[in-house]
Design a protein around this ligand. Structure first.
Ligand code: GLU
Length: 485
């Protein structure tokens, strides 16, 4: 490709960044990085009622957390940087007005004085006549006098774009091929609201042109906007970018992905203990694949292998089970110190203070194979750092069995001076302990685990004892025995 690649993610800040938006961001980012192009973030805040600063912050935080950097766009929820700025649409109103004026002068757009009630009546009529609801064009040919009279009555005008009455608009889509739309089924859409602000379809075209986007990659819910946008490019005499509409994302039950299917916002995934690189890897496979169906990619591989050719038009299914599996794969690959670093917010939130217990890295490493989510880490190591607490099963089924108290006291005695206090040596020692007393291993191993951890399940026993260390093992054996009185 000789053209300079410029892609963008253009969220409307009216809520959190959801899975669909995160996938769109990712594909734009990967495409730009793959082609050594530029990735731009543009905030489409023209919905004065629904746009909020909190949403801008949450969107920026989500994209940053996912590890996707942008070359131009917001620095925070008010400032931005880059040669094509500002990147907040509400700061670009003059530019939109300039082109509104031009289209009006050229007769390609016109003021429409219809009220909400007029439009609602039009919609109801269309419904009755079983036609698709569509603006009927009644303000298309108002005379100057009619316009003056309406304005004298205090009527506010929106500005509508005059769509061609005939022919078709063909959207050349890089994923779907050519998609044709009959112009007579399209309506003269609003490009400037009665408040004076631009609509999405209009601001988007002006900005994509002025920001020199080479590719517009977005969700397929926008495919139906593209014929309107293409007609605007034509009317303004501009070359349109290339379009790629990504496949729809369905939930596991085959309906459009929504809240019903569980967490939808990226920050919820963060809070649930997913790794950003795992989420990225998973989202990359929603509507894209390699010919060899590779599933796990390093971040570098993903950039190297991603291209629009691998995108499919058929819907993708969001499968939380596969995402969780993938997260586990990523967790297993993390070196332990890094795993601990990533888990630390969750350990802190669980109130774990790793002083007084074994070194956190050693404790966390014991169950490295098991974690699927970072949120599982505290629950699997907390017994090292919290006062002994027994599960009902550990107390009633294991510890209260006859003879257990004596076993615990004898174990404490046997381990008091035993060295080295390590995995293999401990195993040998305790097996010998069983043999000498004619006890089955289960009669000792289970009480030993329950007495030192309060649980009936956990990491492999002898390594766990090694990590716990002699002092804690002895004091817990004695403490438990005392509680069995
Ligand atoms: N602001 C639009 C949205 O959030 C952007 C659509 C586009 O990428 O053109 O859906």
């Amino acid at each position: 490709m000789t053209q300079k690649i410029r892609t963008r993610f253009a969220p409307s800040p009216t809520g959190f960044l959801h899975i669909g938006g995160a996938r769109t961001t990712l594909f734009n980012w990967l495409f730009a990085r793959h082609h050594k192009g530029t990735f731009i973030l543009r905030i489409e805040d023209t919905d004065e009622v629904r746009s909020t600063q909190d949403s801008v912050s949450a969107i920026l935080e989500s994209i940053r957390w996912m590890g996707m950097d942008w070359d131009e766009g917001p620095l925070d929820n008010d400032r931005d940087q880059g040669p094509y700025g500002p990147y907040f649409q509400m700061k670009r109103l003059e530019l939109y007005q300039k082109y509104i004026k031009q289209l009006l002068q050229e007769g390609k757009a016109y003021p429409c004085y219809c009220s909400k009630e007029d439009l609602e009546a039009m919609r109801r009529l269309a419904q009755l006549e079983k036609r698709p609801p569509r603006y009927d064009g009644r303000c298309r040919n108002l005379t100057d006098k009619q316009k003056r009279d309406l304005e004298a009555q205090g009527k506010k005008a929106s500005i509508r774009f005059r769509m061609p009455d005939e022919g078709v608009t063909v959207v050349p889509d890089m994923i779907r091929g050519d998609v044709s739309f009959e112009n007579k089924l399209q309506q003269d859409f609003v490009i400037q609201k009665t408040t004076g602000g631009p609509t999405y379809n209009f601001a988007c075209v002006v900005d994509d042109h002025h920001m020199e986007m080479s590719h517009v990659i977005r969700g397929d819910e926008h495919l139906s906007n593209t014929p309107s946008q293409l007609q605007l490019y034509r009317a303004l005499g501009w070359e349109p970018p290339k379009f790629a509409h990504l496949s729809m994302i369905l939930g596991p039950d085959g309906s459009k992905l929504s809240k019903r299917h569980g967490a939808t916002s990226v920050l919820e995934y963060k809070n649930q203990g997913f790794l950003p690189e795992a989420l990225r890897n998973y989202l990359a496979l929603l509507g894209w694949s390699t010919t060899d169906s590779q599933q796990l990619f390093t971040p570098e591989e993903l950039i190297a292998r991603f291209d629009l050719e691998g995108c499919q038009k058929s819907p993708a299914t969001f499968d939380p089970v596969k995402l969780t599996w993938m997260n586990g794969e990523y967790l297993r690959k993390l070196p332990v110190p890094e795993l601990v670093r990533r888990a630390s917010p969750f350990l802190e939130a669980a109130g774990l203070k790793p002083n007084g217990g074994p070194q956190l890295e050693r404790a966390v490493a014991l169950e490295h194979e098991k974690y699927k989510l970072l949120t599982e880490v505290p629950g699997l190591v907390d017994f090292f750092y919290k006062p002994l607490q027994f599960t009902p099963k550990a107390m009633d089924k294991v510890l209260r069995a006859p003879g257990v108290k004596q076993v615990l006291l004898d174990l404490a005695e046997a381990l008091k001076d035993f060295a080295p206090f390590t995995d293999k040596a401990l195993e040998e020692c305790i097996r010998k302990f069983c043999a000498e007393r004619g006890l089955k291993t289960g009669q000792v191993f289970h009480p030993l685990r329950a007495a030192t951890t309060g649980r009936t399940e956990g990491p492999t026993l002898f390594l766990m004892l090694e990590v716990m260390g002699r002092d804690m093992v002895l004091s817990r054996l004695r403490e438990t025995a005392a509680r069995l009185n």
